[in-house]
Design a protein around this ligand. Sequence first.
Ligand SMILES: [Fe+2]
Ligand SMILES: [Fe+2]
Length: 324
Amino acid sequence: MNVAMVPSKKTEALASLEPLVEELMDRHLKERKLWMPSEFVPASEQMTGEELKGLDELRDRARGLPDSVRVSLALNLLTEEGLPHFHRLIAVHLGSENAWSRWNFLWTAEEDRHGCALHDYVRDARLFDMKAFEYLQYQYIEAGFDPQWHGDPYQLLAYTSLQERATQAAHANTGKLAAKYDPTIQRLLGHIAADESRHFRFYRDAFRGLLEIDSTGAMESALKVMPRLAMPGHNIAGYDDMADVVHRSGIYGPRDYRKVVQECLDNWGIADLKPVDAAGREAQDKMMAVPARLDKLAGLLERRMRSKSFSFDIIYQRVMEFDA
Ligand SMILES: [Fe+2]
Ligand SMILES: [Fe+2]
């Protein structure tokens, strides 16, 4: 760690960014269109005949959804349902009664609709063995999520930038595959992806603000999370297999993550930074080397990929076969 920026200094740096946070929040609110889960899957006491018929039709269409899309929806939904972990991390690292905490409340309210909307959809469309899914979700929350950030709030901002963009891609790509079976889920995933995209812009630009005031510290922290983005839930049984299915189905994998990293490096202008110290130059070189490193790892993974079959409780242990 850059000795000039010990954690308390980082807290001061974050406090100095509060005007920027307010500005980014204003921009966010101007661009946002608030939507509610029941606009996609109606669930009111009073429903029109058309809405009731729509639910039956939704269920019929959803029967056609391939198992790979179901697994991807399960993984996306689990990630969204990890919200208590993320809310807590943001609250712990960015404090309370400040612009960051106002953002945290706004962001949490928006994110909460994602898990809710997807949960309503998978329930009403009858996509899973619901108890098996609920059990997985329970485990996911109970397992906790304590990344080794050692109280470093910069790592949180790098992590959220990358994670928002990664989830945006996962939702949008799942939607593309699901579209020909059921346009409702694509429309819903499109709305969620658009939210993630705006969240990404918030965190990305907040992190850019950090780079302006402490480029060495910001880069050193980003380097701790960038080479391998640890998802909450990665230690849960079957999680890696689900991620493998999503990768093999062409929805989201290491090459997509590499694109996310590259996009951040470009947007943050890392290549053009002029660090004032040796530590900064070292961090800059290391950051610029991350995409090539990720490419190498992705290539290795692809070469090692063999035919494999998968089965999951959430879809009644139906066997899914994938060629190498
Ligand atoms: Fe989300
Ligand atoms: Fe988000």
